[in-house]
Write a protein that binds this ligand. Structure first.
Ligand code: BEZ
Length: 239
């Protein structure tokens, strides 16, 4: 294959990979990632730059939802290619000066990694040269308690993320693990879930006839079952 000139940026971790390990300085002290987060879900996310408007709106939103993520057993870790003192000054400005959409006095207490050398950003494919060579794109890595990457979302610089969607994705991933199901389009807790296709012919025939126990089958390959919101919340979100 012809070299593109962008090889140094192209380490793209994939779903199912072990999260690349690194040690870093953050606004909350040093971290050893993902080791320090073993046993917990963690979302590692990047933002392009401190003191920029989209990123400020995102940080205020994410910090305001931090308790909700913590209750669902998930910690947050931010990153940009800015330095520690820039992070500290920006987070102080957010807390002391910015009032936005009913959010004010917002304190960001999750760690934000300084990554001036771009070492971490490169390991996680956060530098995407077609978009920017000096800033990370808006990347989101969902990492499970065993340190495995379970979902990845990338957004460009101009597009602020939907944090309710990140929460929905976390709950859906945890629901899939806890109940051995998959979740359909736009799924929310309380909606029917998808039952994996069964191997045996008998079950397939029942599915064809729409008579497979408590399942509703739309065809042999597409069956759902009920799963109450209470069951989901009891198992995947701490009360
Ligand atoms: C922003 O967060 O507003 C932003 C950051 C980098 C490029 C464009 C927008």
């Amino acid at each position: 294959m012809e070299p593109t000139g962008n090889e140094e940026y192209t380490a793209l971790p994939r779903i199912g990979d072990k999260a690349p390990a690194f040690k870093a300085v953050t606004t909350q002290g040093e971290i050893d990632f993902p080791k320090d987060y073993e046993g917990s879900w963690v979302i590692l996310f990047s933002h392009p730059a401190d003191f920029t408007p989209v990123c400020t709106s995102e940080f205020m939103t994410f910090a305001s939802m931090q308790d909700k993520f913590e209750k669902a057993g998930c910690k947050l870790v931010g990153l940009s290619v800015d330095g520690l003192y820039s992070h500290i000054a920006w987070l102080r400005t957010i807390k002391e000066k910015i009032e936005y959409r009913g959010m004010k006095n917002v304190e960001v207490t999750f760690p934000v990694i300084e990554d001036i050398s771009m070492t971490v950003a490169r390991k996680y494919g956060m530098i995407q040269p077609g978009e920017a060579t000096t800033k990370a794109v808006r990347a989101v890595f969902f990492i499970d308690p065993k340190g495995i990457i379970r979902a990845i979302i990338y957004y460009p610089l101009s597009l602020g993320r939907n944090f309710e969607e990140l929460y929905r994705a976390l709950i859906a991933l945890k629901t899939a693990d806890a109940f051995g199901v998959a979740t359909p389009a736009d799924w929310q807790p309380g909606d029917d879930v998808i039952v994996p296709t069964a191997g045996s012919c008998g079950v397939a025939k029942e599915r064809m006839e729409g008579k497979a126990g408590d399942m509703t089958c739309y065809d042999w390959f597409f069956c759902t079952r009920k799963l109450s919101k209470e069951e989901v919340l009891a198992k995947v979100v701490k009360s």
